[in-house]
Design a protein around this ligand. Sequence first.
Ligand code: URA
Length: 425
Amino acid sequence: MSINAVDVIRTKRDGGTLSDAQIDWVLDAYTKGVVADEQMSALAMAILLRGMDDREIARWTAAMIASGERLDLSAVTRPTVDKHSTGGVGDKITLPLTPLVAACGAAVPQLSGRGLGHTGGTLDKLESIPGWRAALSNVEFVEQLSTVGAVICQAGEGLAPADRKLYALRDVTGTVEAIPLIASSIMSKKIAEGTGALVLDVKVGTGAFMKSSDDARELARTMVELGRAHGVNTVALLTDMNTPLGLTVGNAIEVQESLEVLAGGGPADVVELTLALAREMLDAAGLSDVDPEAVLASGQAMDTWREMIRAQDGDPDAPMAAAKEVEVLRATQGGVVSAVDAMGIGLAAWRLGAGRARKEDPVSFAAGVVLHKKPGDRVSPGDVLAELRTDEPGRIASALETATPAFTIESLPRPAVPLIIDRIG
Ligand code: URA
C-alpha cells in the first residue's frame, strides 16, 4: 500500500499511532523535499497536540539518525562521553566541563549549537575568542578528540539532516515544545555523533523549555530510554533553571566566568553543577575512581582548555570584546533578593544584542547582563543589582523592561532551592 503525506497527517490528527513504515517514509520524503514544509508543519502540530507513544518516538529517532551519517569514533582509545543541556540562561557549563572531563582521562565529543531566542549557544560564546573556529571536518574532529581529548564544534551538515530541517520548521511554527520532538531531535544528533556515554542536563523552570518538573522528568525519561536502546549509556540530571546560572549572561562574559572556574574560582552554583555533571560523566565512562575536584584544583583542566582552544585556531590569551555602554540597574528598596527570574534576565541579554532573532543574525560578543546580586543576598536602596552591557545604547530601554521586574526583593529570605532536583537513570 502506498503512503502519502495527507494520510500520515490525518492519522496523527485523529489521535492514531503512526506505523513504522509511515514514520520511515515521511522523514525520508521530507529530507528529500518530497513532503513539503507545510505538510511537515501540520504533522509537527498534530504530534504536539496528540503526542507519540514510546514505539513511535523510538522509530522517529531511528529514522532521523538514518537520514544522515553516523560518526565512527572507534579510533579514539579513551572512553567517549558527552553532555547535553536542554538550554538555559547563563548556562556556560560546557565550557569548563569539557576540558575538565578530558583532563580526567575521557574523550569529550561536544557537537554544539548556536543560541536562538532567550537561551545562549555554546558556539556563540566560544566565537568571542579571537580566531576560534567552530567548523571542523570529521577527520579534524576525530584527530582532536584523540590528541586533546576535548572538542567543542558545530555539527557537520551530514549529521541528522532531517532534524536540521525539522528543527528550523518547528522554530517558526510554534511546535518546538513537543516532548517527543525535543527528545528525538536531541538524541538523534547525540547518537549519530558516536559517543559511548551521555549525561543529560534537563533544565526546569522559567528560563527553560520545560516549565514543570513533571514535563522535565518525562523528557528526561524519554531521552534516557532512547539512548540506552541505541547502546549509549545515558543518565539525566534535572536541574533548576528559575535563576540564571552564575553571574554572567552573554557571550564573552560567560567565557570569562568559565575561565574563573578553570582557575579554581567562579560562582558556587557553576562550580557545583560542573562537578556534579563531571562525576556523572566519569561514572558513565567507567572512570569513577578519578576525582574531578582534585583535577580542577590541579590546573590540568585549564591546560586542556588552552590546548582545546589553540587546536581550533583560537588565542586563549587574546583580550576579549568589551561593551561600549554599561547601564547600571539599582535596587529601589532594601531587603533580601528572593528571586532573579531567568527568563527576564535571558530576554534582557538577548535584547542587549547577545542573542539573535533569526538564525542568520549576528550576535554581539560583548553584550549581556552581569548580575551583582543573586537570591539570598541582602540589599539596601541604591545597591547595584546588575550591569547591562551593550554596543548599542538604543537597546538599553527595552532590556530594562525585562531586567527590572526580574528582581524580587522581600523583607525575609525564601528557603534556598536545590540546584540539582533529581537524577534519572
Ligand atoms: N535542542 C535540540 O537540539 N532540539 C530540540 O528540539 C530542542 C532543543
